[in-house]
Design a protein around this ligand. Sequence first.
Ligand code: ME8
Length: 640
Amino acid sequence: MRPLVITTPIYYVNDVPHIGHAYTTIAADVLARHHRNFGRTVFFLTGTDEHGLKVQKAAAERGIEPKKHCDETVERFMSLWKRLNISNDCFIRTTDPEHIRHVQAALDDLMKKNEIYEGEYEGSYCVPCEQYWTDKDLVEGNCPSCRRQVVKLTEKNYFFRMKNRLDQLVDKINAGELKIIPEERKNEVLGSLRSPHPDMCISRAKNRLAWGIPLPFDRDFVTYVWFDALLNYPSSLTYAPRLTGNRPPAWDESEVIHFIGKDILIPAHSIYWPTMLMAMGLSLPKIVAHGWWTVEGQKMSKSLGNVVDPNEVVQTHGVDAFRYFLLREVPFGLDGDFSIASMVGRINHDLADEFGNLVGRICALVRQKENGVLNLESYQSDSPDGIRFKVLAESRQATESFQFSVALTSLFGLFARLNKKINDERPWESAEDVRRKTLATCAVDLARGIFLLSAYTPALADEAVKRLGCGEWFKQGPKILEDDAVKSAGAWKVTTGEPLVKKVETKSEEKPVAKATADGAQPQGPAAEPGGIDITDFQKVDLRTARILAAERISGSDKLLRLSVVMGGAEEDKREIVAGIGKRYEPDQLIGKTVVVVANLKPRKVFGVESCGMILAAGDETTLHVLTVDGEIQAGIRVK
Ligand code: ME8
C-alpha cells in the first residue's frame, strides 16, 4: 500500500492557536495514528506560515526583526501540539532555509517552462495599510481594514499561468483525480470554476513588503505568501530528515491528504494549488475540508473576546476529553459550536459512564471473583452479539473516510452494548462458567474497541490497556481484531484504582445564577456560592489588557464615556466600550492608558452605542479608579 502523507494547513505564526487550529490538527493526528496502528507508513506534517505583511508589521511594532518575532511566536504552536499529543513527524516553518531554496527553485523552474510571465497588475491600493485589495474585498469602495479611500494602481508584477489550466482542472475533479471531500465542497469548487479566474499574481513589490522570499529572477519582488505557503507540502518532504531524522516518502509515490478548514478551500487549495502541481508535473492530492467552529453560538474573534485557548481547556478537562469532544460532537465537514457545558456532558456521559465505567467494572469483577487474573479461554466467539466485528469494521471504515463522529458513535455503541451485557448476565452472581464467559467476552471486545479508540484518545487508551493488563496482546496490532486472536491472548492481570475517567462536578453550573433585579440593575455583591467559586467559574471571565485609543463623552449623559480600545495588533482587535466613569475622568485623561477589560461580555447597546466589554474600576462614581497594570505590557494579554 502507498505511504500516506497527511498535512494540516501551516498556520499563521502571528495567530494565537485556538480550538479551530487544534481541531484540524487533532483530526489529522487521528488519521495518522489510525493508519500507523494498521501498519501503514505515514508521514504527518504541520507547521507555520511566517512571511507576509502582518508578520512584518507585528515585528515592526515590537521593534524587532521579523525572524526573531517568528522564533518567539512559533513556540505557541509547537508547545500546544506537544501538549495535545500530536504525533507530527515534521514541523515546517516557511522561514526554514531549505524551504526558501525550494520555493526559489520551483519559481526558476516554472519561469524556464514559461509558466510564469511578467505582466501588469491593476488593483485598488490602500496607502496607509500598504495593501492591495480586490474589488470584492472593498467595503463601499473603501479599504476593508481602515475604511479609508483606496487608489487605483498599476504596476509590474509576475503571474502564474493558471487560467489555461482550469478546464483541465474541472476534468480532473470530475474524474476523481483531484479528490475534494465532502461532496458539497467539491460542488462548491466546481461552481466557482464556472466563473472566470485570472492568472495568479505571484509577486509583491519589495519596497512595500520586504518580508517574503525574494523572486530568484527579480530581486525587486518577493513571492506572494500563498504561493510560498502552499509549496510547504512538497518542500518539507525534501528536508524533513534534517529536522527530524525521519525519512519521508516521495510525493509522487504517496497518497497525499490535506486537512484544511473550509475557509482556505477556494481558491487557495482547490484552484491555486492543483494548478501549481499540474504545472510542476506532480500528482494531485485529496483535500478534506472541514466546517467552522463557533463558540456558544458566536463567531470566534479577538474583539468579542471569546477565542477559546485549548491550553486552558485541557488544563481543566484533560487532553483526551478535548480531543474526543471535538471529533465526536460534530460530523466532520459541518460547522460546530463549542461550549464547555456540552463538553462536560460528553465527558460525564460517554467517557466516564459508558467507557470508564465499563473498564472499571470489568477490572473490579475480575479482581473480586477471579483473584485479579482474567482467563480468556472462556471467550465466546460465537456469542449472539458477534455483531461486534461488524461494529469494529464500520468504525474503522468511518475513520478512514473522515467520518470521525460516526466512528466514535459506533465504538461507544459497542461499549454501551457490553455494559448492557454485563447488566443482563449479572456476573457478580452468576455461575462460574457463565461468569467467566461474560467477563472474557466483554474484556476482549472492549480491548478491541480500545484499539480503534486509541487513535482518538491515545493516553486514555494506554491507561485502559494497562488496567485490563492486555498490553502484551496489544503488541500484535490489528491482528487482535481477528476472530481467532483470542487464542494468543494469554491471561490478563487487571489493575483497579481511581475511576479511569473522573466525572466533572456540574452542580455549580446547575445553580441559578444571580438574576437581574426588577429595574434591570445587577444585584450588588457576588452571587451566593457557599464555599466560594470554582477556578473554572473564574476562568469563564475573559479579562484582558486593553489600550485606550480615543475617548469622548456621550451626549445626553454626564457619566458615560465612549472609549475606543485596542486589544492586539489587528484591526479586528479594536472595539468600543461604553463606561460609566465620566464623573471621575475627563476623556483626555484616559487616552493611552492600559486598562483591564472583561472581554467576553455579550455586546449591549448603551445610549445607542454598542458596548463590547466592560472596563474594571474600583470605587464609586466620583471616587473611582480604573484598573491599570504595573509597567509596560502589550494590549490583549489575558489577565489571570
Ligand atoms: O489560513 N473553525 O492559516 P490560519 C475551524 N496560513 N477551523 C478553524 C477555525 C475555526 N473557527 N479557525 C481556524 C492560514 N481554523 C494559512 C494556511 S496552508 C498552505 C496556509 C483552522 O492560521 C482551519 O484549519 O488562518 C483553517 O483552515 C486554518 O485554521 C486557518 O489557519
